[in-house]
Design a protein around this ligand. Structure first.
Ligand code: GDD
Ligand code: MG
Length: 297
């Protein structure tokens, strides 16, 4: 089975981390974000990941020159201009000649949702598209979904004002799509799956959803990029090449390659990216540190 993985956004909310590389090439604990996403797809039966590339595509091509990532074959689809989510999925699926039912995912979502649940519901309902839902406290940053008891989507509202969100169930950024949905994705202009394709499928009664309650994080903001790493590390993760002074104290943090932490420093609930340095006696709490930047959450 093919999966289109959207990795072409500018990663604006993660600047300055994303000024030099795309969001999905940022490290998450011990490997680039994309390897977590593609690896989980591969474990669930996806045999080819079609990367929908836009911003800095060469970062992916340089990292995976053999067109393999986490054991999965890669196909590179580089769009000529930013086509937004639907335009990008359509462009990539056509380039890769996708002909059967396929998966599409936001490349910044790390979750343990079983694809089998989505696929089973999709087939049982005869849906054109089936999306995974997850509950959140503040739905206004996401696509908000209302379903009938049968799982048919009655409304899809992208990023509504906080007091107007019709439910706390949001689009988790993981879809099963029929190839027929590609006909709703224009070839020559940007279009949004959230603002155009899904609302149009709702009108036709062909969009279904499956509620999930497992681990789920959209790592696209500094707070979430920190949170996903603390969750995956489950305690502290310290790379073997890190140089940590014996008197430094580290709690619930991720310390990556070639990091230096000097004597007496105290680090809690933070992520230190490769080659970053913490000086003696400095205290760091809930921050992302790079050689050039210090981002406090
Ligand atoms: N190729 C390509 N081209 N990819 C793009 C483009 C584009 O023009 N624009 C965005 N992307 C990619 C991003 O890199 C990301 O992996 C994915 O599409 C989603 O874009 P985000 O910018 O992360 O969207 P969001 O987090 O605000 O909202 C989306 O995700 C939420 C769940 O995490 C929406 O799908 C919401 O409905 C959803 O709730
Ligand atoms: Mg996102």
């Amino acid at each position: 089975m093919d999966a289109v993985v959207l990795v072409g956004g500018f990663g604006t909310r993660l600047r300055p981390l994303t000024l030099t590389r795309p969001k999905q090439m940022l490290p998450v604990v011990d490997r680039p974000m994309i390897e977590h996403v593609v690896g989980r797809l591969g474990q669930q039966g996806v045999t080819r990941a079609v990367l929908s590339l836009g911003y800095r595509p060469d970062a992916f091509e340089a990292a995976y020159p053999q067109h393999r990532c986490a054991g999965v074959e890669l196909f590179y689809a580089v769009e000529p201009e930013p086509l937004d989510t639907a335009g990008a999925i359509g462009f990539a699926a056509r380039m890769a000649d996708v002909k059967d039912t396929f998966i599409a995912v936001n490349g910044d979502v790390i979750s343990d949702f079983p694809l089998a649940d989505l696929l089973d519901a999709h087939r049982e309902k005869g849906a054109s598209a089936t999306i995974a839902l997850t509950p959140v406290d503040d739905p206004s940053r996401y696509g908000v979904v209302v379903c009938d008891p049968d799982g048919r989507v009655q409304a899809f509202v992208e990023k509504p004002p906080a007091d107007e969100a019709p439910s706390r169930w949001i689009n988790a950024g993981m879809y099963v799509l029929e190839p027929s949905v590609l006909d709703l994705m224009p070839e020559s202009r940007p279009s949004s799956i959230e603002r155009e394709t899904f609302p149009s499928l709702v009108q036709k009664g062909l969009l279904y959803a499956v509620a999930q309650d497992g681990f789920w994080i959209d790592a696209g903001t500094p707070a979430a990029y920190l949170e996903v790493q603390l969750a995956l590390a489950g305690g502290s993760h310290i790379h073997s090449t890190a140089n940590i002074a014996p008197s430094a104290r580290i709690a619930n943090s991720v310390i990556m390659e070639h990091v230096t932490v000097a004597a007496g420093a105290r680090i809690a609930e933070s992520v230190l990216l490769p080659y970053s340095t913490v000086k003696a006696n400095v205290e760091i709490n809930r921050a992302i540190i790079t050689p050039e930047h210090h981002i406090t959450i």
